[in-house]
Design a protein around this ligand. Structure first.
Ligand code: 5GP
Ligand code: ZN
Length: 113
């Protein structure tokens, strides 16, 4: 946990969020500014500033496995969904705690902006 990280505070319960899933390693909650009918953020409880900082492959596979699980929970598994991990400045990352966006419930355009 880093003192100033908002997602660490959500994971620890210090700041309230609309949690939809949690286990020992991961927490998922609704994005504050949803960009689709389903817009969930999935984070590891452990603080990693970005995807670049993760050396433990089980965190990487666990993040995707959790996304799979939540796509079913949110009922978009069959209709389809998009997972996005913004990394660094050009990637558009604004919160420096690794998170995966799970977006669904509408058709996703390509290419992204
Ligand atoms: P990024 O741009 O870093 O990939 O995504 C950060 C996401 O976190 C944004 O979609 C933003 O709406 C969301 N967000 C930022 N602060 C909060 C917060 O306090 N609570 C929740 N639920 N989402 C947040
Ligand atoms: Zn953090």
């Amino acid at each position: 946990m880093t003192n100033s990280c908002i997602f660490c505070k959500i994971a620890s319960g210090e700041i309230q969020a609309d949690l939809i899933y949690q286990d020992e390693l991961f927490v998922a909650f609704h994005d504050l500014a949803p960009q689709a009918p389903v817009h969930v953020l999935i984070i590891p409880r452990t603080h990693y500033s970005s995807l670049l900082d993760v050396e433990d492959n089980s965190i990487l596979s666990g993040l995707l496995a959790t996304a799979q699980k939540i796509s079913r929970q949110m009922d978009v598994a069959e209709s389809g969904w998009r997972s996005i991990i913004n990394t660094g400045q050009d990637g558009g990352q604004t919160v420096m705690h690794l998170h995966l966006h799970l977006l669904g419930g509408r058709f996703m355009q390509w290419p992204p902006g």
